[in-house]
Design a protein around this ligand. Structure first.
Ligand SMILES: *Cc1c(COP(=O)(O)O)cnc(C)c1O
Length: 414
């Protein structure tokens, strides 16, 4: 089963001299040994002058392709006009962006931030303030229910409720006020709620956990329970939102309207960090001037790019491509089931592939894919994630599949 023609990862890594200055960079990532210099559409080019098909898309921040001409044009124009004012003054781009984004998502209000973690932190603060000021929870007693296997970012409060030791170990003391329950089990949510519960925070599909898709009735059940108990439902759609799964919002695809939704990654079109919380005006409205903010949040460059991302999503073209090409890729990968892969999970163009340990680890497979000109990222040892830019074509999908077939040594012809 093992592909003997693929070079061992150690050999590839040894071929590469350490880049000058590499020892000056904190070691908080373990990148594949490739250095990229340019990108267009679904492709990136390395310092080795090789072209690689990007099947990570910067964790879905590049959903609309590298160097998307429509987004670049807006960014270039705004760069020459006005880039940063702070929120001490209004800028002429932000109101329009807020209106367009809330229209697109069927929400009422937008709280602008920059990164995904900041959006989640903001939602947590808003939910707590709502709990004290509206629900009437006694001061300092609010709790929020979160899921096993969650990933919501890297801040100290967020890692406080992670169950991944590599995310939390040695970073305590931790923020109290969170209760973790199994993902996909609505009864566990119901049982964890008490009078001081202000919110349930979840990813509609768990991305970093390996593209884990809950049962179809899970999210609607959690919505019904939270509504009955006067508990906010916060859907973290930083990665699942904005086209990846074939929908503008994955929660809406699963038939649910959340009270707060965190967005990020693709909202910045792969150009600038743009994030935030959208949701109910009576919830986000609890924030008073001076209580929360960000120097860069809502800056005119971010707002101009975000506004154009909304225009792109409004066409539905990328959502449709994610659905159609997701189905195609799934069909083409099916021969690998039991042939190097032990499981295939996908929603649109978001794939979690579990690698048969006999073939190697996820990292081994990613190294072999890189040799075949395809860049992907492993997670949790045995899983490889595929999330190419949504501009990927049918023939590029064939390229991915043939690279995978060589990396896993599966073939429908054998
Ligand atoms: C990536 C991610 C975040 C964190 O976003 P950053 O921009 O890296 O801070 C939060 N939630 C989910 C679901 C994510 O996938």
């Amino acid at each position: 089963m093992t592909n003997i023609s693929a070079p061992a990862p150690a050999e590839i890594a040894a071929d590469r001299p350490p880049a000058p200055g590499a020892d000056r960079l904190a070691h908080n990532y373990h990148p594949l040994p490739v250095t990229l210099t340019s990108g267009r559409g679904a492709w990136v080019t390395g310092t080795d002058s090789r072209r690689y098909l990007d099947c990570l898309a910067a964790y879905s921040a590049v959903n609309f392709g590298h160097s998307n001409p429509q987004l670049l044009a807006v960014a270039h124009a705004q760069l020459d006009r006005l880039t940063l004012t702070s929120r001490a003054f209004d800028n002429d781009k932000l109101d329009e962006f807020a209106a367009a984004l809330t229209d697109l998502t069927g929400t009422q209000m937008y709280l602008p931030m920059n990164t995904g973690a900041e959006a989640v932190e903001s939602a947590i603060k808003v939910a707590r303030a709502w709990g004290y000021r509206v629900k009437g929870v006694p001061a300092g007693q609010a709790n929020i229910i979160v899921m096993d296997g969650n990933f919501h970012g890297r801040t100290t409060t967020i890692v406080s409720f992670s169950d991944d030791p590599s995310a939390y170990e040695d970073f305590g003391p931790f923020t109290p006020g969170f209760r973790r329950v199994p993902f996909g089990d609505a009864t566990a949510v119901a049982e964890a709620i008490d009078a001081n519960t202000v919110a349930v925070l979840l990813e509609p599909i768990q991305g970093e956990a390996g593209v884990i898709i809950p049962p179809a009735d899970y999210l609607p059940s959690v919505r019904a329970i939270t509504e009955q108990q006067s508990v906010l439902l916060i859907c973290d759609e930083v990665q699942s939102g904005l086209g990846r799964t074939g929908a503008t919002l994955e929660s809406q695809r699963q038939g649910v309207t959340a009270d707060l939704i965190t967005l990020g990654k693709a909202l910045g079109g792969g150009i600038v960090p743009v994030s935030g919380v959208v949701g109910r005006a009576d919830v986000l409205g609890v924030l008073r001037p001076g209580e929360h903010g960000s120097t860069f949040g809502g800056n005119p460059l971010a707002a101009a790019v975000g506004r154009e991302v909304v225009s792109i999503l409004r066409t539905g073209r990328y959502q449709e491509a994610a659905r159609r090409h997701g189905e195609l890729l799934r069909k083409m990968l099916e021969p690998a089931l039991g042939n190097g892969l032990t499981a295939i999970r996908n929603a649109g163009l978001w794939f979690g592939l579990d690698i048969d340990p006999a073939v190697g680890t996820g990292r081994d497979v990613c190294m072999r894919l890189m040799e075949q000109g395809v860049l992907a990222k492993d997670t949790h040892v045995q899983t490889v994630r595929l999330a190419p830019p949504l501009v990927i074509t049918e023939s590029e999908i064939e390229t991915v599949v043939s690279a995978l077939s060589r990396a896993l040594d599966f073939s429908s012809e054998r």
